[in-house]
Design a protein around this ligand. Structure first.
Ligand code: NAD
Ligand code: UFG
Length: 345
């Protein structure tokens, strides 16, 4: 166990960042959140404070803004950084590639440069299983070859992984964790914080939740002709709080070891879209209407993790099952039908 630290969480107001900030505060760390609210709102920060009994320090700013980062590092004695800030829509990335490279790649470069100037060399980075591309070999281990991403979002994640490797090779003081997330879902048990995507959701769980709560009509199920047991896409869904716990373990590890290490954060178990719909229906006691439509471009048939390396090296494994993920996602949706909007906090 590392001592209590002062940690910068970029993108800490977002879905994954907010749950991780809460977990860090509950573990006794001091947290500074840097976020530009491009995909989040201030409400989440007061919700975190309610749950943790104390608030994270908040700096409104952009990771692409070097001056803002330097002021932050001058003001707060940051020892490690968790870097969640970035854009994450696959479809949007194809329409706005420049924006994705600027936020995801340039943002990370600015951050690393400012960190190095201030002698901060511990970094935990949010990568994605998307870097594996379309593989027939399941489960995916960290040794599986990275593929050829089909979109600018995926390419931006792979580019950042590569530039971080160059950094670690060039300067032995860096301790970098690259965490490849599989499909994070669910919410904190309180129903106070959760996933609140802007506009119509791209991802399965927020879409299903909004159908169940009556905000959207029917789920479009993208393809039932995949070479999977029931023909629908198979993914490794992981509870957001298990993911957050994985970050704490990775933080400790980058304090012990230098260089760059890559860990999958997944459960090791895949579920099909139809299985997820059934589990959600059990959790909410309602029917989730869906229509089968053609496959979505760029989707792989199946994707699940070998989480063994994270267990061996970090002592971390996901503990929550699919039913708990669905129940928690539903509680969040039911108590916040419009997300954080128009919330009385
Ligand atoms: P999110 O959009 O909810 O959170 C990202 C946060 O970063 C938001 O609060 C946004 O306002 C902020 N942000 C974006 N650009 C910024 C910038 N330039 N400067 C400062 N703040 C900025 O997304 P999330 O689901 O919490 O994802 C967090 C990270 O994890 C992202 O890097 C994403 O690519 C990665 N990831 C997410 C998933 C997933 O399914 N959610 C899967 C794999 C990887
Ligand atoms: N799906 C539907 N209908 C929808 C949304 C999704 O049928 O409206 C299906 C997809 O075809 C897929 C499964 O539900 O089979 C999961 O889809 P998501 O969009 O929730 O998740 P993805 O696996 O496509 O994408 C996630 C992250 C990306 C990341 C990718 C690979 O959202 O950021 O995993 O790691 F790039």
């Amino acid at each position: 166990m590392v001592g209590k630290m002062s940690i910068l969480v970029t993108g800490g107001a977002g879905y994954l960042g907010s749950h991780t900030v809460l977990t860090l505060l509950q573990a006794g760390h001091s947290v500074v959140v840097l976020d530009n609210f491009s995909n989040s709102s201030a409400v989440v920060l007061s919700r975190i404070a309610q749950l943790a009994g104390r608030a994270p320090t908040f700096v409104r700013g952009d990771v692409r803004d070097g001056a803002c980062l330097r002021n932050l590092f001058l003001k707060y004695p940051i020892q490690a950084v968790m870097h969640f800030a970035g854009l994450k829509s696959v479809a949007e990335s194809a329409r706005q590639p420049l924006n994705y490279y600027l936020n995801n790649v340039s943002g990370t470069l600015q951050l690393c440069q400012a960190m190095a100037e201030f002698g901060i060399y511990r970094l935990v980075f949010s990568s994605s299983a998307t870097v594996y591309g379309d593989s027939n070999e399941m489960p995916l281990s960290e040794d599986s070859p990275t593929g050829v991403p089909t979109n600018p979002y995926g390419r931006s994640k792979l580019m950042v992984e590569e530039l971080l490797q160059d950094l670690a090779d060039a300067e032995g003081r860096w301790g970098i964790a690259v965490l490849r997330y599989f499909n994070p879902v669910g919410a904190h048990k309180s129903g106070f914080i959760g996933d609140d995507p802007n506009g119509t959701p791209n991802n399965l769980l927020p879409y299903i939740s909004q159908v169940a709560v009556g905000r959207l009509k029917a789920l479009q199920l993208f393809g039932n002709d995949y070479p999977t047991p029931d023909g629908t896409g198979v993914r490794d869904y992981i509870h957001v709080l298990d993911l957050a716990a994985g970050h704490l373990c990775a933080l400790e590890a980058v304090g012990r070891r230098s260089g760059l290490s890559t860990w999958n954060l997944g459960t090791g178990r895949g579920y099909s879209v139809l299985e997820v719909i059934s589990a959600f229906e059990r959790a909410c006691g309602r029917k989730v209407d869906f229509v089968i439509v053609p496959r979505r471009e760029g989707d792989v048939a199946q994707c699940w993790a070998d989480p063994g390396k994270a267990f061996r090296e970090l002592g971390w494994r996901a503990e929550r099952g699919l039913d708990e993920m669905m129940a928690d996602a539903w509680r969040w949706q039911l108590t916040n039908p419009d997300g954080y909007k128009e919330s009385g906090v």
